[in-house]
Write a protein that binds this ligand. Structure first.
Ligand code: 13P
Length: 254
């Protein structure tokens, strides 16, 4: 039931923010969201910003996560970061499978699945992103696409591990474009993902899992989207870089 599911409002800073800017933003947001306990509040930050953001978030209800994680425990993977490195830095949440990783960095459902399993094995909470591209929506195959991604990305993830998974439904055509899915579209496709979880893990797991919407969510459209029965939160890009806008989205989730 929507009432018993945890609402999660997460910012994805993408490749934005120096450590000083990260610190300033978290410091500005903290008093605006203080005491707003109807949702979990997370900023997923570039690796180099994590310490500064954590420092600023100390003693607040804001958590700091990462934007990606590699699947190997360690080794010759220049430029990558392991789950163990993140947990050692006190990072609990990590975004995996963002469409920009899939689009620009060759991420596939197979590598998304490997990263997801590695993060879960390390005890992390995963924000697993999936969603259709414009051509897929126009061809009427959105449901099939998100169902397939859900199955492939969660392959061999146990029911126990699934409790640490949040799914972010992000239609690729809505990301950074100012085009938002209508509340009905968001609700319907989040519902397809939930039905797929029910097939894979049973009704109880499907009712319990948090499914966020992401794609041009902002201070104006958040309340309508978050009111939908299958939408349990938001993954926010652009609007998470502005304190007042992000805080307004947290307000809409209250
Ligand atoms: P925008 O909110 O900028 O559209 O980005 C959404 C997103 O990609 C969050 O991960």
């Amino acid at each position: 039931m929507k009432d018993t599911r945890r609402t999660v409002i997460a910012g994805n800073w993408k490749m934005n923010m120096t450590p000083a800017e990260a610190k300033a933003l978290v410091t500005e947001v903290a008093p605006l969201v203080a005491g707003k306990d109807k949702c979990d509040i997370i900023f997923c930050a570039p690796y180099v910003d994590i310490f500064a953001a954590q420092e600023a978030a100390k003693g607040t209800n804001i958590k700091i996560g990462a934007e990606n994680v590699h699947f190997a425990a360690k080794g010759a993977y220049t430029g990558e970061i392991s789950a163990e490195m993140l947990t050692a830095c006190g990072v609990e949440y990590v975004i995996i499978g963002h469409s920009e990783r899939r689009q620009y960095f060759g991420e596939t459902d197979e590598t998304v699945n490997l990263r997801t399993k590695a993060a879960l094995a390390a005890g992390m909470k995963v924000i697993l992103c999936l969603g259709e591209v414009k051509e897929e929506r126009l061809s009427g195959i959105t449901d099939e696409v998100v169902a397939m991604q859900t199955k492939l990305d969660l392959k061999d993830v146990t029911a126990e591990e699934l409790k640490n998974v949040i799914i972010a439904y992000e239609p690729v055509w809505a990301i950074g474009t100012g085009l938002t899915a209508t509340p009905e579209q968001a609700d319907e496709t989040c519902g397809v993902i939930r039905a797929t979880i029910a097939k894979l893990y049973g009704e109880e797991a499907a009712e319990a899992i948090t499914i966020q919407y992401g794609g041009s969510m902002n201070a104006k459209n958040a309340a309508e989207l978050l009111a939908k029965v299958n939408v349990d939160g938001g993954l926010i890009g652009g609007a998470s870089l502005k304190a007042a806008d992000f805080a307004a989205i947290v307000d809409a989730a209250q």
